[in-house]
Design a protein around this ligand. Structure first.
Ligand code: F6P
Length: 318
């Protein structure tokens, strides 16, 4: 294999993964190009050469220095064919895709429909890649949100208030559950579980009778809007509420050590897998060992063990 390309999405740890891919490939004398702006850049043929030196000083940076996009054009046959032409023109023999569900779906299309050797590296704060225990970016996102919740608790306790904190996750309750458990939060609303606001309000009122004076409720953005939840709680219980919507701060920032280490490991392993002529795979780690998962499996909806985590959250905050 003489030349490979890297396509990325953004989250903390992606730059560390790019660095690892580039430096591992350089060790094998494989030329590397970065695709600018994700799949849109592939359609437009926007490549930049990457050398050992061009990835220095990025291991600690959030986002992706290659920039990214949510490409609508790559979803079309016309866009895909244009992208494949560019790949062939550039004599690119393999591609490493670093990203979440959408990015890996694109990788699977390239590998199966166009027979281009592709290996995926899971990087998403939602941690929703099937068969993958931990995706790059998820640990940083949870820690960023947790830091905010810890600070919010100071005011919640001092003023005896109910806080509703909205975290990211349109279809995934991963961040919400992790933060609720780690932050000792009293309630968590997330896409994978039904909930009734009436039951929650009754619980708040009963808790209040027993002397519980402050609450932190985590809401995953895909389940409900924090402002709506707050309004209903105040209306039904009469208690004062406050809202914090954390948003994209969770996807950015300096990657944690966990994310940098995972990114360095998976980036290097992905190059080895691609070089061994393996394709249509996603790399991951299980029990301290490298594994590969077919991309067809990785892009399926992930089944979290949400019930057990939720039960524990409730048990510990009763
Ligand atoms: O998939 C990662 C994620 O950050 C989700 O948690 C969130 O719902 C979504 O992306 C936000 O997407 P965008 O940045 O396009 O608004």
């Amino acid at each position: 294999m003489k030349k490979i390309a890297i396509i990325t999405r953004d989250c903390a740890g992606v730059n560390a993964a790019i660095r690892s891919v580039v430096r591992t490939a350089c060790g094998y004398n494989i030329e590397v190009v970065g695709v600018l702006k994700g799949y849109d850049g592939l359609v437009d043929g926007k490549f930049i050469p990457l050398s050992r030196g061009s990835v220095s000083g990025i291991i600690n940076l959030g986002g992706t220095f290659l920039k990214t996009s949510r490409s609508k054009r790559f979803l079309t046959d016309v866009g895909q064919k244009q992208a494949v032409n560019n790949i062939q023109e550039q004599k690119i023999e393999g591609i490493i895709v670093i990203g979440g569900n959408g990015s890996l779906k694109g990788a699977h299309v390239l590998a199966t429909k166009y027979k281009i050797p592709v290996v995926g590296i899971p990087a998403t704060i939602d941690n929703d890649i099937s068969g993958v225990d931990l995706s790059i970016g998820a640990d940083t996102a949870v820690n960023v949100a947790l830091d905010a919740v810890d600070k919010i608790r100071d005011t919640a306790t001092s003023l005896e208030r109910i806080f509703i904190v909205e975290v990211m996750g349109r279809e995934s309750g991963y961040i919400a559950l992790q933060v609720a458990l780690a932050g000792g939060c009293e309630e968590v609303l997330f896409p994978e579980k039904k909930f009734t606001i009436e039951a929650m309000c009754t619980e708040i009122q009963q808790g209040n009778v027993k002397g519980k004076s402050s609450w932190i409720i985590i809401v995953a953005e895909g389940k409900a809007k924090a402002h709506d939840v707050a309004r209903i709680i105040t209306k039904k219980t009469g208690f004062e509420t406050r809202v914090a919507v954390l948003g994209h701060i969770q996807r950015g920032g300096h990657p944690t050590a966990v994310d940098r280490i995972l990114a360095s490991q998976l980036g290097s392993y992905a190059v080895k897998v691609l070089r061994d002529d393996q394709t249509d795979l996603c790399v991951s780690m299980k029990n301290d060992k490298f594994i590969t998962i077919p991309l067809s499996v990785a892009i399926q909806p992930k089944r979290f063990k949400v019930a057990e985590t939720y039960k524990l959250i409730k048990l510990l905050t009763k």
